[in-house]
Ligand binder design. Structure first.
Ligand code: PMP
Length: 301
C-alpha cells in the first residue's frame, strides 16, 4: 500500500486516516467502492476509464440514499493527486470508497447520514495466471435484484462473492462461476464472463444479477472493432461446457482465460486464439498504444 491516502478531501498518511469502531459501515456493510487501474508505460501513468468508474461510484450509493460529498471533478483530481503524491511509476490499482460513519444502529439511511470518502493506491500486476485458470460452478447462487440492487458496488453485496470464493478454493479451483436464481450463467465473484463459440463472443445480460462491468463494456466495443461478432445473450451451464473458449473480465482480472470448468477442459485446455486477440487489444488500449481508445485514458503526469 502506498504511504499516502486521500481522506475526506486531504492527502494524509495511512496512520492519519482513522475511523472509530462504531462506524456504521463496519456493522452493516454500508460502504461503496470502486476498483480502478492505472497503467504505467514508458513516460506516463494512465488511469483507465475513470469517468465510467466515477459514474458507477456515485450511482451505487444513490440506491441507498448515501451522500458523496465530492463532485466527480474533485474525485478525479484527487485520484490524480494521490498518484502524484505517492510518486506512482508502475501499474497500480486505485480503490476509491465512501461509507457511513457514526450513525448509531440506525437502519433508516438518508442523505443526512454522515459519510466519509477515501482513496488508496497500491502496486498491482496480475490477479490471476494469464495462462489460464480453473473454475467451478459454485453451489451458491448469485443474488438477484429482487432482493437488493445488484448494480450497487456496495461492501455488503460482496459477502455473496466471498462465500463462493471460499467454496471454489476449498474445492481446489482458482475461481467460482455463479448461476443466477433461474439457473442461467451470471458472473464470477469479481468478474463478468464471456464464452466464445464459432468465433462469436457471448456474454450474459446483466439485467437482474450480474454487475454491469466496465471491462465487459470495453470488450463488447473492442471485439466489434476487431471484427468479431459480440453479443449479449442468455448462457446456460451446458453452453459453458461446450464453449470453444471462456474468459473472465474485470478491472482487477483484466482478461483471464478459463481453461477448465468443473474438471472438464474448455477447448484445447489452453488460452484460445480469440481470447488471446482480445487480451492483446485490451492491453494496447489500456497502455495507450491504440489511440482509437485514447478517450478512455487520463494522464497523471
Ligand atoms: N462483477 C463483479 C461482482 C465485480 O465485483 C466486478 C469488479 N468490479 C466485475 C463484475 C467487473 O467489473 P469491472 O469490469 O467494472 O471491474
Amino acid at each position: 500500500m502506498a504511504k499516502y491516502v486521500w481522506f475526506d478531501g486531504k492527502l494524509v498518511t495511512i496512520d492519519q486516516a482513522q475511523v472509530p469502531i462504531t462506524t456504521h459501515a463496519i456493522h452493516y456493510g454500508t460502504s461503496v467502492f470502486e476498483g480502478v487501474r492505472a497503467y504505467w508505460n514508458p513516460n506516463n501513468l494512465y488511469i483507465f476509464r475513470i469517468d465510467e468508474h466515477l459514474r458507477r461510484f456515485r450511482n451505487s450509493g444513490a440506491y441507498y440514499s448515501m451522500s458523496l460529498n465530492f463532485s466527480n471533478e474533485e474525485l478525479k483530481e484527487a485520484m490524480v493527486q494521490l498518484c502524484r503524491k505517492n510518486g506512482v511509476r508502475e501499474h497500480c490499482y486505485i480503490r476509491p470508497f465512501y461509507f457511513i460513519g457514526q450513525y448509531g444502529i440506525n437502519l433508516h439511511v438518508t442523505a443526512d447520514a454522515p459519510t466519509h470518502a477515501a482513496m488508496c493506491v497500491f502496486s498491482f500486476s496480475d490477479l490471476f495466471d494469464k495462462n489460464g485458470i480453473s473454475a467451478c460452478i459454485t453451489s451458491w447462487r448469485k443474488f438477484s435484484s429482487a432482493s437488493t440492487p445488484t448494480q450497487a458496488k456496495m461492501g455488503g453485496n460482496y459477502l455473496n462473492s466471498i462465500i463462493a470464493t471460499i467454496e471454489a478454493k476449498n474445492r481446489g479451483f482458482d475461481e467460482a462461476i455463479f448461476l443466477d436464481l433461474e439457473g442461467h450463467v451470471s458472473e464470477s465473484p469479481g468478474e463478468n464472463i464471456f464464452i466464445i463459440k464459432d468465433s462469436r463472443l457471448l456474454t450474459p445480460p446483466v439485467g437482474s444479477s450480474a454487475l454491469k462491468g466496465i471491462t465487459r463494456d470495453t470488450i463488447l466495443e473492442m471485439a466489434k472493432d476487431t471484427g468479431y461478432d459480440a453479443s449479449v445473450q442468455t448462457i446456460d451451464k451446458q453452453d459453458l461446457y461446450a464453449a470453444d473458449e471462456v474468459f473472465l473480465c474485470g478491472t482487477a482480472a483484466e482478461i483471464t482465460p478459463v481453461t477448465g470448468i468443473d474438471g472438464e477442459k474448455i477447448g484445447t485446455g489452453r488460452p484460445g486464439p480469440v481470447t488471446q486477440r482480445i487480451m492483446d487489444a485490451y492491453d494496447d488500449a489500456a497502455n495507450g498504444r491504440n489511440m482509437r481508445y485514447s478517450r478512455w485514458l487520463t494522464e497523471v503526469y
